[in-house]
Design a protein around this ligand. Structure first.
Ligand SMILES: [Zn+2]
Length: 181
């Protein structure tokens, strides 16, 4: 019964996705939009309500089951509220951005590090094709930290290109610290 994503409790929480504006479970890779996350919360509420109506006989055991169901409802709501409560505009600024070049995919992987707990909307990892157009496209992203990171990826990309043209060995990675952001 149910798909993999329905069976996965998304215990690691959900992360915002750069391309779709939705959310992703790092464990099962399921993609959910806002409605999908709300449905996921509702599923736990329904499971709890069913458990209530099924309370018969062993009361002690039923109570344990109910507590567990209720805990799961709270956990999912917390994930949902976390995703809602931090609008992109007030996201924490990153402490450090690491851009590295991936030979296999000819792409850049960009990791954004936060000093404070990462804002729920804030992305930690962006992968972008090693070409100027897709990099520039990130400038209009809704997350200000992605826009910030796109500037650093662009800087890195332009420098790598120049070194390649000069037959120099281009560097594979570059760290941008807070004073450069
Ligand atoms: Zn999952």
């Amino acid at each position: 019964m149910g798909s993999i994503e329905e069976n996965c409790p998304h215990l690691g929480g959900l992360q915002a996705v750069v391309t779709s504006g939705g959310f992703r479970c790092p464990t099962c890779e399921a993609h959910l939009d806002q409605v999908g996350v709300e449905r996921w919360v509702r599923a736990a509420e329904e499971a709890r309500d069913e458990a209530y109506s099924a309370v018969e006989g062993d009361e002690e055991f039923a109570q344990i089951v109910l507590d567990e169901c209720q805990r799961e409802v709270y956990r999912r709501r917390k994930v949902l509220y976390g995703l809602r409560s931090v609008p992109p505009a007030v996201a924490t600024r990153p402490e450090m951005i690491l851009v590295s070049y991936d030979f296999v995919d000819d792409s850049y992987e960009c990791r954004i590090f936060y000093k404070e707990p990462r804002p729920a909307w804030g992305l930690e990892r962006i992968s972008v094709e090693a070409d100027l157009d897709p990099i520039l496209a990130l400038r209009s992203h809704s997350d200000p930290n992605v826009r910030l990171a796109s500037g650093k990826v662009e800087e890195f990309h332009v420098l790598r290109r120049r070194l390649v043209e000069q037959d120099e060995l281009p560097m594979l990675r570059r760290v941008f610290y807070q004073n450069e952001l």
